[in-house]
Design a binder for this molecule. Structure first.
Ligand code: PLP
Length: 335
């Protein structure tokens, strides 16, 4: 395994299933596969479980006893960090940012923030809007206070200056997927996934390319425009490759980012995502989310509708989870 030199903790149900979506494949007359990383375990699952195995492995190797992280009110990262801390018997403090302009009480009280409270994390609030560096800065300041009190904090920062340990979880996932594809004997035309902090996209791309696989990976932007996201993924790949001592050269033109499904912005539902969420729920009984997987699946549908895919083709959607946040968007079922 490419990442076997790194310490990890055991949080994830692996391998997650790689399944064919039979109903939607029939509807669209092509083969749509779904990698069920919404089923990674740990308090409703999602992509962060794989990342946390490496973050916490690193944290434990440094003797840390407390995790800190930051995210939007409906952050899955925050929910899963709290769950992982609980499983590892660690203390945990989280910061919820006012990143998305939504007043609905459900957004602030249901879904992820509800679960975070249920698992008993200490919660701080960050009142400024979209401000990644500012939010991280406050987290590091809080870590200093904890240190002065004798605790050993470990910060999982979200800005790109943050460590690349999370990406290692998806380098490992790439190897897992390649093995599954070999077993079922298919070579997909492309992978599609949401791309945000970039750990998932960077890790998967690095893992595939380092394993000699050149299948395109479409990253669907959920937080920033295409150019900025591409650069971010590149930086993350470079820092993860350096950490792994891996000499691979991944160029900017191999980092595919599509921002057509981002508007009006992070955490705000749009018509294609709404349609994609409903379609997946009604045709497959699988739950997507408004911020990440809904937008990414909308892009996959667009790709099929505008591409030249037929019954001999295979597309793989990486379902990164996020369904708890559905409860923060009651308009999804408004008539
Ligand atoms: C459900 C879900 N999907 C995708 C992503 C994006 O993953 P990454 O931050 O590794 O780019 C996130 C990040 O929070 C997420 O919660």
């Amino acid at each position: 395994m490419l990442t076997s030199a790194f310490p990890t903790v055991d949080l994830c149900h692996k391998p997650t299933p790689l399944e064919r979506l039979d109903n939607l494949s029939g509807d669209f007359q092509t083969n749509i596969w779904i990698k069920r990383d919404d089923c990674t375990g740990l308090a409703f699952g999602g992509n962060k479980t794989r990342q946390l195995e490496y973050y916490i492995g690193h944290a434990k190797s440094l003797g840390a006893d407390t995790l800190l992280t930051t995210g939007a009110i409906q952050s899955n990262q925050v929910r899963m960090t709290v769950a992982a801390a609980r499983k590892m018997d660690m203390e945990v403090e989280v910061q919820l940012e006012h990143r998305v302009d939504r007043d609905q009480v459900e957004y602030h009280e249901s879904g992820n923030p509800f679960l975070v409270k249920l698992m008993g994390a200490k919660i701080h609030y960050y009142a400024a809007g979209e401000d990644e560096d500012g939010a991280d800065q406050v987290l590091f300041e809080r870590a200093e206070v904890l240190k002065s009190e004798g605790r050993k904090p470990y910060v999982i920062a979200l800005s790109n200056a943050g460590s690349p340990y999370g990406a290692l979880g998806y380098v490992e996932a790439a190897e897992e997927i390649l093995l599954q594809l070999k077993t079922i004997k298919i070579i997909p035309a492309r992978f599609v996934l949401p791309t945000g902090s970039a750990s998932t996209h960077a890790g998967l791309l690095l893992g595939l390319r380092a394993s000699g696989c050149n299948i395109p990976v479409d990253g669907i932007c959920v937080r920033r425009d295409r150019q900025r996201q591409q650069q971010r993924v590149l930086t993350k790949i470079q820092s993860a490759a350096k950490l792994m001592n891996c000499e691979i050269d991944i160029r900017l033109d191999d980092i595919l980012c599509d921002d057509r499904f981002l508007a009006p912005g992070y955490g705000i539902l749009n018509a294609p995502a709404l349609a994609a969420i409903k379609l997946m729920a009604k045709r497959e009984g699988i739950l997507l989310d408004p911020t990440y997987s809904g937008k990414a699946f909308a892009a996959l549908i667009d790709c099929i509708e505008n591409g030249n895919y037929g019954m001999e083709d295979h597309l793989v959607f990486l379902h990164t989870g996020g369904a708890p946040s559905l409860f923060g968007y009651p308009e999804l079922v408004a008539e």
